[in-house]
Design a protein around this ligand. Structure first.
Ligand SMILES: [Zn+2]
Length: 223
């Protein structure tokens, strides 16, 4: 999507916007920068009756409120459309205790999704799941069977595994996933695949860590 500046207006103020920071991943209310005004523009469109009309667009620079981050983002909004930012907002994920290769693949999946590259995101999610199964030595004839084998090392709700079958990127697994399985993957499926991967990673790497820390607490209290 491109933005074309039609008309510049200075001193229109800089109202804060709520953004998940593309840099540090925290949610924050991003404020403008001193002396840097927003700009506005008008975008031609057809109203319900097909008559030409103009919609107001506005955009500018905002700064992350996290004092250790202070990243700058550009934002733009046309009419009542959702705000878009550059760099784009990313889905949140918790990297606690993830092996480095899995962390890296998940990060790439999330960044691809933020850039609206849904098929690339889906491919990286598949890679995350393959790395997860390899790390946990979960074996089976195809990826879905290997994921199901994770129940030996983690508490994975059976209903979640059953629903995971609906994701096309997990099925159809011979030596390679057939390319056509990726053709229709859109935002919805890519986001769901990322959410599923996050839940499985949580079950394998993060619940077990919390459990260990809680047990340590009990041991300390007992000792
Ligand atoms: Zn930040």
């Amino acid at each position: 999507m491109g933005y074309f500046l039609k008309q510049e207006v200075t001193n229109i103020g800089t109202t804060p916007i709520n953004v998940r920071c593309p840099e540090c991943g925290q949610n924050g209310s991003f404020h403008g920068i001193h002396n840097v005004a927003d700009v506005t523009w008008r975008v031609p469109f057809k109203d319900e009756k097909g008559n030409p009309a103009l919609r107001l667009g506005r955009g500018g620079i905002r700064m992350c409120p996290n004092l250790e981050c202070r990243a700058l983002v550009f934002y733009a909004q046309e009419g009542s459309q959702p705000i878009t930012t550059y760099p784009p907002e990313v889905l949140d994920f918790d990297a606690t205790n993830l092996p480095p290769n899995i962390h890296q693949s998940l990060e790439e999946a999330v960044k691809a999704e933020a850039a609206e590259c849904h098929r690339a995101a889906a491919l990286m999610v598949r890679r995350v799941l393959e790395e997860l199964c390899a790390d946990q030595k979960a074996e089976g004839k195809d990826l879905m069977t290997r994921i199901a084998a994770l129940h030996a090392v983690a508490v994975v709700p059976p209903a979640l595994l059953e629903a995971a079958n609906e994701l096309r990127i997990l099925g159809n697994d011979a030596a390679h996933v057939e390319a056509k399985a990726y053709d229709d993957i859109g935002k919805n499926e890519a986001v769901l695949a990322i959410e599923l991967a996050k839940e499985l990673l949580k079950a394998v790497y993060q619940y077990s860590d919390l459990l260990k820390r809680l047990q340590n607490l009990r041991n300390q209290a007992g000792g």
